[in-house]
Design a protein around this ligand. Structure first.
Ligand code: ATP
Ligand code: MG
Length: 244
């Protein structure tokens, strides 16, 4: 049986505010799951909780019979769950290769080298740019570095938060093609995407959130056939009410 990242009954607080409420979601290996919802819905908070950055008040994040909730970030990465966080989280004062080596620091040296080759195989552009300071790269190139950093963890699950934000369509296509190839090779992908049509094109399954809860789940075809699902969620969002 293939692996599933199984989230159940997750509750997460940020300060005094409950940002995830009783949230359950399944992310199977080899599948792309789109997570849609308005600004402030809690999408990034979910990624941060899954990645071990935000504490989990209650609920479980099960993988291979282990609960990853409240495990340190590095333990979550070692278990095979890698996040590409919102914004290009690259080390701007280091060059491209240093960024990738830092991301792969937990690997034994021979495996680190092999993984570096794999990342450069997926992004040949980065091999050309290996000596360039990450801070001098374009937004699209930085996002490639961010995805390649996730690949250095040899992930079985990738959580991609707003990969396409502010990027040209040609780069968005490049990045989504990479995610699709990874899913075809058995990686589970959680795709948070402002461009609903991009998410629906790639996804096998869709969750729509608002105010920290799952509002709807179903196939991309169901979402397309019932556009009110998205309208309701987006109209009920904090953003629309001016409370983001
Ligand atoms: N650093 C923070 N400290 C405290 N609360 C935060 C912080 N960042 C976000 N929040 C709150 O957490 C809630 C969920 O925000 P989150 O960023 O997870 O939503 P999102 O769905 O990713 O939105 P967006 O589409 O704007 O990225 C919001 O109410 C937001 O105000
Ligand atoms: Mg977000």
């Amino acid at each position: 049986m293939s692996a599933v990242l199984e989230i159940s009954g997750l509750n997460v607080q940020r300060g005094a505010k409950r940002v995830l409420t009783d949230l359950s979601m399944r992310l199977p290996a080899g599948r792309t799951v789109a997570l849609l919802g308005p600004n402030g819905a809690g999408k990034s908070s979910l990624v941060l909780a899954l990645a071990g950055v935000l504490p989990v008040a209650s609920g479980r994040i099960m993988l291979d019979g282990q609960d990853l909730a409240n495990r340190p970030c590095e333990a979550v990465r070692r278990a095979g769950v890698a996040a590409v966080l919102e914004g290009h989280q690259v080390l701007t004062g280091m060059n491209v290769e240093e960024n990738l080596r830092v991301a792969g620091f937990a690997l034994p040296p021979a495996e680190l080298q092999a993984q570096l080759e794999e990342a450069y195989g997926i992004f040949p552009e980065l091999r050309e740019l290996r000596g360039r300071l990450a801070g001098t790269l374009s937004g699209g190139q930085q996002q490639m570095v961010a995805v390649a950093q996730a690949l250095m963890a040899r992930p079985r699950f990738i959580l991609a938060d707003e990969l396409s934000l502010g990027l040209a369509p040609v780069i968005v296509r490049r990045l989504t093609d990479v995610l699709k190839a990874l899913a075809d090779k058995g990686c589970g992908i959680l795709l948070i995407e402002q461009f609903t049509h991009v998410a629906l094109r790639l996804a096998d399954h869709v969750y729509v959130m608002n105010r920290g809860r799952v509002h709807f789940e179903g196939s991309p075809a169901e979402v397309q056939a019932n556009p009110q699902v998205l309208h309701e969620a987006y109209l009920a969002g904090d953003f629309q009410l001016g409370r983001a």
